[in-house]
Design a protein around this ligand. Structure first.
Ligand SMILES: [Zn+2]
Length: 181
């Protein structure tokens, strides 16, 4: 597994390109890693709803919750599924739309300078051991490719959008991630 510095693609990930991205204002500033949790429908795992959501193909008839969110245009760079599968939606060099209204260390619009990694999960349910293994491996690669992402600059969505977002939730074991870095 490695990151191609020219394409910003993770070799070893399944590529599922999302249209929901644009250019970073400063492509040389990639200095924050944001960890998210997502499941669609909420607290249900498996299926193709996350791929569909990030590619604007979610079927609003399939679930009441899908009706609420199907018009949102969002994405993340990477998803780590419950079985450890890696799915990439946006090249790391591009600006994925994962953080929304956000702030870190006095700077707003964290999408401009961050990488967003989703874990398939839910705030209160333990994440899978294989997800930690994959997240640890990917984070090390990301830090090698983008050295400005120091330990102190790896945060949860909850940390940059408090009061609005709670993911990856109390179930996420930060010490387990940090121990491997
Ligand atoms: Zn999130």
């Amino acid at each position: 597994m490695q990151i191609d510095p020219h394409t910003g693609l993770l070799q070893g990930a399944r590529q599922c390109p999302s249209p929901n991205y644009n250019a970073r204002p400063d492509p040389g500033d990639i200095s924050l890693l944001v960890i998210h949790g997502i499941s669609l429908p909420p607290q249900q795992f498996g299926g193709d709803a996350i791929d569909r959501f990030f590619t604007n193909c979610l079927d609003p008839a399939q679930h009441p919750y899908f009706r609420e969110i199907c018009d949102l245009q969002v994405s993340a760079h990477l998803l780590i599924r419950r079985n450890g599968e890696l799915v990439q939606y946006v090249p790391f060099g591009e600006r994925a739309w994962h953080a929304g209204d956000s702030q870190f260390a006095g700077r707003t619009n964290c999408n401009d300078f961050s990488i967003g990694i989703e874990l398939e999960g839910s705030d209160e349910l333990p994440y899978e051991p294989v997800q930690y293994q994959q997240l640890q491996a990917v984070t090390r690669l990301v830090q090698q490719a983008y050295p400005a992402i120091t330990r102190e600059r790896i945060v949860g969505h909850c940390d940059i959008a408090p009061g609005r977002k709670t993911d990856p939730g109390p179930a996420f074991d930060w010490a387990r991630l940090m121990a491997a870095l």
